[in-house]
Design a protein around this ligand. Structure first.
Ligand SMILES: *Cc1c(COP(=O)(O)O)cnc(C)c1O
Length: 395
């Protein structure tokens, strides 16, 4: 029996892109697509961004890799900038989101170990969460479809229903090290956590000596119109995992922490061969050049508000197709009354990309550099696809 050369863990769409430009992708046949997926919130500055190309090629001509056995100036620079713009005092660079989650969980556990409370290692998460695909991260995410068949669930994760204050109070014990939450659930269906719930988590952590970990892998780096989504709620974590947008398409992530929370992570406790490599750091710094430039986040807010206003009108126009619009900034989701994946297929056939999420949601995650005309173009494609579904159902 022949097995596919690529492990078939993805149900890939039959399209291959060969080139990109801003918010557009081009396939092998030269067809153009409006990219409202951005590689799952990764291409924050769009495709083939000249500033990122320059940063990467300039670094590529100098040095690719040296390892973390030596100082990496790009890491020092990027860490300093992340520290200046966030709650954090220290940063560990990774290659991916899930490694940033692993580092966050390890940091939280070591904090209690350093405090002489090694028995305090449990982490509480929330239903609908997604934190990545390592054995620990699927245990943290708690979703049966990702855990099934992979042996015993990694010990030390407890889950409570989304937003359930009472269940949380009952689940937290003296063995709880940390609470881990996405300020807006991404894969789970664009579910924003109410700001008052985030504030409640902060208070609870302070009262019980627990650490608060935010997973801002999808929500971070300007996606919601603030540098980080938790800024909307005015609540700061002790530890935060980031990835996706910070690399603009170059694989990288980071775990940020306060000095207090990171106190257990002493020499030799953690490591990575590739994390924080000079190429990644050059791109990460270049992404921040753009995202931190005056007016950029305001641009995301303005276009995000316009998109919200436009896409909201779809619900009134096609009530049989759309149920509601969720999200913040340019992290938006349409809750569907028709199957989300069918709708996404129809959009793709019309030259627009969007991404499915849980709870039958179509995620709209365009590059943050889009302007109003791209929102109008998306409106046309969304309306045309919706009309097709209305016509289908009346056949
Ligand atoms: C994508 C994502 C992850 C996992 O990141 P990888 O780079 O795929 O490992 C974790 N948490 C959230 C919220 C994500 O969106």
């Amino acid at each position: 029996m022949s097995f596919p050369p690529l492990l078939p863990t993805y149900a890939r769409a039959d399209v291959a892109f060969v080139r990109g430009e801003g918010a557009y992708l081009f396939d092998e046949e030269g067809r153009r697509y409006l990219d409202f997926g951005a590689g799952v919130a990764v291409n924050a500055l769009g495709h083939a961004n000249p500033h990122l190309i320059a940063a990467l090629t300039e670094q590529a001509e100098k040095l690719w890799h040296t390892s973390n056995l030596y100082r990496v100036p790009g890491q020092e620079k990027l860490a300093q900038r992340l520290i200046e713009t966030t709650f954090a005092d220290t940063v560990f660079f990774t290659n991916s989101g899930v490694e940033a989650i692993e580092a966050s969980i390890k940091t939280a556990r070591r904090y209690h170990f350093a405090n002489g409370a090694a028995e305090r290692f449990r982490v509480v998460t929330f239903e609908g969460a997604f934190h990545g695909r390592t054995l620990a991260a699927i245990a943290a995410g708690g979703q049966k479809k990702y855990l099934e068949g992979f042996g015993p669930k990694v010990e030390g994760f407890d889950q409570v229903p989304f937003g359930d204050t009472r269940a949380l109070a009952e689940t937290v014990t003296d063995a709880t090290a940390a609470l881990l939450i996405e300020p807006i659930q991404g894969e789970g269906g664009l579910r924003p956590v109410p700001p008052e719930f985030l504030r409640h988590l902060r208070t609870l952590c302070d009262e019980r000596g627990m650490l608060l970990i935010f997973d801002e892998i999808q929500t971070g780096i300007g996606r919601t119109g603030k540098l980080f989504a938790h800024e909307w709620a005015g609540v700061e974590p002790d530890i935060m995992a980031i990835a996706k947008g910070i690399g603009g398409g170059f694989p990288m992530g980071a775990c940020l922490a306060t000095a207090e929370a990171a106190k257990g992570m002493t020499t030799g406790t953690h490591g990575t061969t590739f994390g924080g490599n000079p190429l990644a750091m050059a791109v990460g710094n270049a992404v921040l050049d753009v995202v931190l430039a005056p007016g950029f986040l305001e641009h995301v807010q303005r276009v995000g508000n316009y998109a919200t206003q436009q896409f909201s009108s779809l619900i009134a126009d096609y009530p049989a197709v759309f149920e509601d619009l969720r999200g913040e900034g340019l992290m938006l989701g349409l809750k569907m009354r028709v199957p989300n994946t069918d709708f996404i297929d129809s959009l793709r056939a019309r030259g627009m990309l969007a991404i499915a999420a849980g709870d039958n949601v179509v995620r709209l995650l365009p590059p943050l550099i889009i302007e109003e005309p791209q929102v109008r173009e998306a409106m046309e494609k969304l309306s045309a696809a919706a009309q097709e579904f209305v016509a289908r159902s009346s056949e």
